[in-house]
Design a protein around this ligand. Sequence first.
Ligand SMILES: Cc1cc2nc3c(=O)[nH]c(=O)nc-3n(C[C@H](O)[C@H](O)[C@H](O)COP(=O)(O)OP(=O)(O)OC[C@H]3O[C@@H](n4cnc5c(N)ncnc54)[C@H](O)[C@@H]3O)c2cc1C
Length: 382
Amino acid sequence: MGGGPAGLIAAIALAREGVQTTLLAPKPPHTDHRTTALLGSSVDILKDLGLWALIERTAAPLRKLRLVDGTRRLIRTPEVLFEAMEIGLDAFGYNIANDALLSVLRTNLDSPRLRIVEQTAKNVSIDEDLAHVTLADGSFLGARLIVAADGRNSLCRQAAGIGTSKRPLSQHAVALNLSHSRPHNDVSTEFHTESGPFTLVPLQGMRSSLVWVCRAQDVERLRGATPDELSREIEEKSRFLLGEVRVDGPRGIFPLGVEIADRFADNRVALAGESGHVIPPIGAQGLNLGIRDAAEIARLAGEALRQGDDPGSKSVIAAYDLNRRGDIRSRAAAVELLGRSLLTEFLPVHLARSVGLEIASRVSLLRRNLMRAGVGSAANRE
Ligand SMILES: Cc1cc2nc3c(=O)[nH]c(=O)nc-3n(C[C@H](O)[C@H](O)[C@H](O)COP(=O)(O)OP(=O)(O)OC[C@H]3O[C@@H](n4cnc5c(N)ncnc54)[C@H](O)[C@@H]3O)c2cc1C
């Protein structure tokens, strides 16, 4: 359930696995102007689904990742540059506009095993053998398994009795796209500032997307700034790395927080995407986790069906929860730790972050393992 990227990918993957699937996806109320950096594991999954060649056409490769300590603190880390080539990859990932990604996914839903219902679920109830969904028009659907990709306020998660632990952060993310006078050379640059990361991610041509994590008190100023004022502020904050910049299109403002489900499946419901994990946009992990969720539940449901079993059985549900738990929890914890380490004024934390990065950047094995962990890639481990 859900017509966001996690739901669409789950539906395509389930149908490919031979699962008779109904995709419940109301028309989106507005365009998603954000961009997503799809990392190695997502690229592999999208390749398996036969979608990557279509997505790659409008995506920009991220061949290098530069980390710059943009704080004015006593202890600062020297600039660090990671190159995908060092771990045998052409790129760490590929950045794509969400509306372009969604458009490829929506135009590839054709399958005899996939039925699309453009409606909202109003109620979900679950009994021993079946989950029952009441639609907005009053009609009903029954399913042995619900893949709940219905976002952070998931109705399905509540119906399955799954709670969450929620930790709001004091920061917001301002997301926008811009054009610039100097080439980005396929380098994604993350400035670590006192309010959080300020990350420029290449788009195709002389364009990039920006995710600017800022404090609550700066939100109104950034929302109200004219495009010119904002462009000048970005030039300064990015130290003119991309030359003159021009903000194009709207800016999205997102309050940040961490919300992680207590379990990732229960009662015939498997959580995929933000219904199971909301994490701040640091290190491009959110949707990449969601895509791995989608692939895993499709694999387990397909396997169960091929063995003549119930795809929503207790054993499928337990296996999904177990298989996804480590990946989700460890990445959410790492992202939260990095976010908070930038905010704190506690000197030893700056020292630990600085020394940690310095060591990681110099010790080649650690450096390569760090890069591999970041992209969630299947690249060979040493
Ligand atoms: C500024 C920013 C930048 C980001 N950058 C990255 C990045 O570079 N890389 C990355 O991996 N992640 C990134 N993320 C995270 C990523 O955007 C999210 O993880 C992703 O969009 C979540 O997708 P989803 O499909 O889970 O949820 P959503 O996109 O929220 O989709 C949920 C869908 O469910 C539907 N729905 C809700 N309720 C119902 C109902 N009752 N019945 C039927 N349908 C329902 C909604 O209509 C919606 O279509 C970023 C996030 C932010 C805020």
